[in-house]
Design a protein around this ligand. Structure first.
Ligand code: UFG
Length: 334
């Protein structure tokens, strides 16, 4: 198929684009490179630098069978500080994309949604039928796109699948040995932040520069730190391939993507220590605003409907993320 991948220069978009190319699809990437990286784009993809509002119609007019939509602002904290930016990019950009798809007669989309649409859960594991009460403009703007997709399916016969990611981790190497991984700036996510402290350069970072901060140890969890459901980015990519095949005109399906199992922050730090063979120091800090104590997905729906299940464990995620981090450090990347 001829596929448009928006945000294909970002972490998840680049991994999915590479997996789609290996599955035999023709991939065009639309990315403004505001947070993505030009060198993360798979070599066999066609890259268009631009944004959804100004450039989606032009790109789609070239002939596209389906869209995988990742382009978005995705930092919870930043969204609280700059809500307008999030509504404009995430909802405004997505609506522009949907209108461009309608004009070009493109009827299939897989959307990168998030666990943040649920907010503070009433129970775990979270099911797709549970209440959606986002606690940040980020989650609210993604939920608004999910709502728009339901409407476009009903009104215009769009075939849509939203995948609600929990905590995505790990890295992926394609058949040619090119690695795709997580490299946000600033990096706020737990695993890359912990691994950063195991790199040889961390030991020269100076006082306090080489310790992980654990945000809160007084949560109502077994060891007092937050529990999250980590999923390998390659498992996530596999779900996109299945979701694409499952899009049906007039239907909007929503699926959670997780492992169904939670790990605490302390457990993740311990796995990072084992994988790197480094006694990464950790300091306890205050809670980070807006962190729910436990976020664990039920992925029973996507298992039942599409036969998807996560196959890679936390050690594999950390091992792959560590390979990626070391490779980037060796290449002199910041
Ligand atoms: N954490 C630390 N120290 C760090 C970084 C994170 O202790 O240096 C903790 C956090 O407080 C949290 C856990 O590690 O308890 C995981 O934090 P991440 O930032 O890695 O991930 P989040 O659970 O906050 O965010 C993820 C996705 C978001 C999504 C959110 C849904 O990355 O995109 O889940 O709630 F919105």
């Amino acid at each position: 198929m001829r596929l448009l991948v928006t945000g294909g220069a970002g972490y998840i978009g680049s991994v999915v684009a590479s997996v789609l190319i290996e599955a035999g699809h023709e991939v065009t990437i639309l990315d403004d490179l505001s947070t993505g990286h030009a060198d993360a784009i798979p070599r066999r993809a066609t890259m268009v630098r631009g944004n959804l509002r100004d450039d989606a119609a032009r790109v789609l007019a070239g002939g596209t069978d389906a869209v995988l939509h990742f382009a978005a602002k995705s930092l919870v904290g930043e969204s609280v500080a700059k809500p307008g930016l999030y509504w404009s990019h995430n909802l405004g950009g997505s609506l522009a994309l949907l209108e461009a798809m309608r004009a070009a007669g493109v009827g299939r989309i897989v959307f990168s949604s998030t666990a943040a649409t649920y907010g503070e859960p009433e129970r775990t594991p979270i099911e797709e039928t549970d209440p959606t009460r986002p606690t940040s403009p980020y989650g609210a703007s993604k939920l608004a796109v999910d709502t728009a997709l339901t409407e476009y399916a009903r009104m215009f016969g769009l075939g849509a699948v939203s995948l609600r990611y929990f905590n995505v981790a790990g890295a992926h190497a394609d058949a040619a040995g090119q690695w795709y991984g997580e490299r946000h700036s600033p990096e706020t996510h737990l695993i890359p932040n912990v691994l950063k402290n195991a790199l040889p350069s961390a030991s020269t970072a100076g006082a306090g520069g080489a310790a992980v901060k654990i945000f809160g140890t007084d949560y109502p969890t077994p060891d007092g730190t937050c529990v999250r459901d980590y999923i390998h980015v390659a498992d996530l990519a596999g779900a996109h391939v299945l979701a694409l095949a499952a899009t049906e005109p007039g239907q909007h399906r929503i699926y959670n993507l997780g492992n169904g199992t939670g790990f605490s922050v302390r457990q993740v730090v311990d796995v990072c220590r084992e994988v790197t063979g480094t006694d990464i120091p950790a300091e306890v800090g205050p809670r980070r605003d807006g962190d729910p104590a436990v976020l664990v997905a039920s992925s029973a729906r996507i298992q039942a409907d599409l036969g998807w299940r996560a196959t890679r464990d936390l050690t594999t995620m950390v091992t792959d993320a560590w390979t990626f981090a070391q490779q980037r450090a060796a290449a002199g990347a910041r």
